[in-house]
Design a protein around this ligand. Structure first.
Ligand code: PFF
Ligand code: NA
Length: 446
């Protein structure tokens, strides 16, 4: 990439791309199960607070760096650091981001593969009239079958890498533009159905009445990590998109719209899923299978349930597809920056992610009890450490760069708002977002 870089043709295109990156498994799969494991409402309150206090300012910081640099993340950081008379080592932050998305994409692809499996199963009518226990048993059997999981993982990764190699992500985002509102409608419909179930009241109470005595440093750290993860912030992945942002667009407005959408998608999914959990007497903390077991049960009770369920998984796949394209992009751009061709870079990234993905695959069968670090198995490691430690750490460093290193005039222009708006952003970033991230990270790790 260089300074002649093409801009997004419209303001809308930028918001679409960022929404595509943000809305994905984080909202519909990860949010409910992590909330379930961390006590419900307490986690939700903390997560929303972190989205507002850290997620938004740091997301702006990250996009500002890309917008001010108008290059790939590594090149933007290097160029801007040089202009500001700071160390060229800031470029390493781009490499750290590439490593972070590498780990994340490895499990993201495998879990998106689960959606492919469920899409096919629901088209085949396998959930029609299935009792809740059968749905659960079917999922367990699937997890125990690495062959099927590898097949789906391969398929999903190929879909991602092909789009990245061909550079047609924009076409997909336009499709997303049409289909994302449908996903939203489907979730609304599910949440509407949830109000008629016996578990609805308990679900609301569990999600919205916090018991603050349950707060621990670890819960706080999980909530912060999830805020970064769901907004796709902290890995320089959005920085790449910022490079294409038109000059006269207000960044806070764009970012605010994306965050509202992202949080409401998660809330709708949460209401639907926890209503099923409490109606069926299930365990909210049952883990990564939560969405895959509850939603087939919910849809099975609706008229034309199998059809809606197929449609749901199709839309979910589309949402995870655009997120994983965003995850792959920084790695491909980094390799390209080393002089490799785009196609070759994409193929190498695909191969490496595929291999690391096998760790997640086997963590549900033969390697389930192999716990190399912190008592976590392979899947738990790649799905916990990068989102909860690497993203906040990367995000904090990006924020330090944008709020302390970047020359004020460049930062002001990149934010695209009035002077008082800029002053507010800088104050919140310098004195709230950066120290708070550090404190939560240190407290959580200790
Ligand atoms: N925000 C995505 C989701 O909620 O599914 C996941 C994600 C994408 C995380 C891109 C990090 C990233 F850089
Ligand atoms: Na998200």
């Amino acid at each position: 990439m260089n300074e002649t870089l093409e801009r997004w043709s419209t303001r809308r295109a930028f918001i679409l791309a960022v929404t595509g990156a943000a809305v994905g498994l984080g909202n519909i799969w990860r949010f409910p199960y992590i909330t379930g494991e961390n006590g419900g409402a307490v986690f939700l309150v903390l997560y929303v607070a972190f989205v507002l206090l850290l997620g938004l300012p740091v997301m702006m910081a990250e996009i500002m760096v890309g917008r001010a640099g108008r290059r790939s993340p590594v090149a933007s950081l290097g160029h801007l650091a040089a202009t500001a008379g700071a160390s060229r080592h800031w470029r390493l932050l781009g490499l750290f981001g590439a490593f972070t998305v590498f780990c994340i994409l490895s499990f993201y692809s495998v879990v998106s593969g689960w959606s492919i499996e469920f899409l096919v199963a629901s088209i085949n009518g396998e959930f029609r009239g299935a009792a809740p226990a059968e749905v659960g048993a079917g999922f367990e059997a699937f997890l125990a079958d690495p062959g099927r999981m590898i097949f789906n993982h391969t398929l999903f990764l190929l879909m991602t890498i092909l789009v990245v190699a061909a550079g047609v992500a924009k076409g997909l985002e336009r499709l997303n533009n049409v289909l994302m509102p449908l996903l939203y409608l489907l979730l609304l419909m599910l949440a509407g159905y949830a109000t008629t179930t016996s578990g609805f009241g308990t679900a609301l109470e569990w999600l919205f009445r916090p018991d603050f005595s349950a707060v621990t440093p670890l819960v706080v750290m999980h909530a912060m990590g999830h805020a970064f993860f769901t907004l796709a912030v902290g890995a320089c992945a959005l920085m790449a998109y910022g490079a294409y942002m038109p000059d006269h667009q207000s960044l806070p407005r764009a970012v605010g719209a994306v965050a509202v959408l992202d949080v409401t998608v998660a809330l709708l999914a949460g209401i639907a899923i926890f209503s099923v959990v409490f109606s069926q007497g299930m365990d909210p903390g049952e883990g990564p299978g939560l969405m895959f077991v509850t939603l087939p049960i919910a849809f099975a009770e609706l008229p034309w349930g199998a059809l809606w369920l197929s449609f749901f998984f199709l839309l979910l796949l589309l949402a995870t597809w655009t997120s994983s394209i965003n995850l792959a992009e920084p790695m491909v751009a980094t390799l390209q920056g080393l002089g490799l061709q785009r196609g070759v870079s994409a193929a190498l990234v695909g191969l490496a992610v595929w291999l690391l993905g096998l760790l997640t695959v086997f963590s549900f069968s033969s390697l389930a009890e192999w716990r190399p670090l912190f008592g976590m198995n392979g899947f738990e490691l790649v799905s916990t450490i990068p989102p909860e430690i690497f993203l906040p750490l990367g995000g904090m460093l990006i924020a330090i760069f944008a709020a302390w290193v970047l020359p004020e005039s460049a930062a002001r222009r990149a934010l695209g708002v009035s002077d008082s708006g800029f002053a507010l952003w800088r104050m919140v970033t310098r004195w709230i977002a950066i120290p708070l991230t550090l404190v939560v990270l240190v407290a959580g790790l200790v």
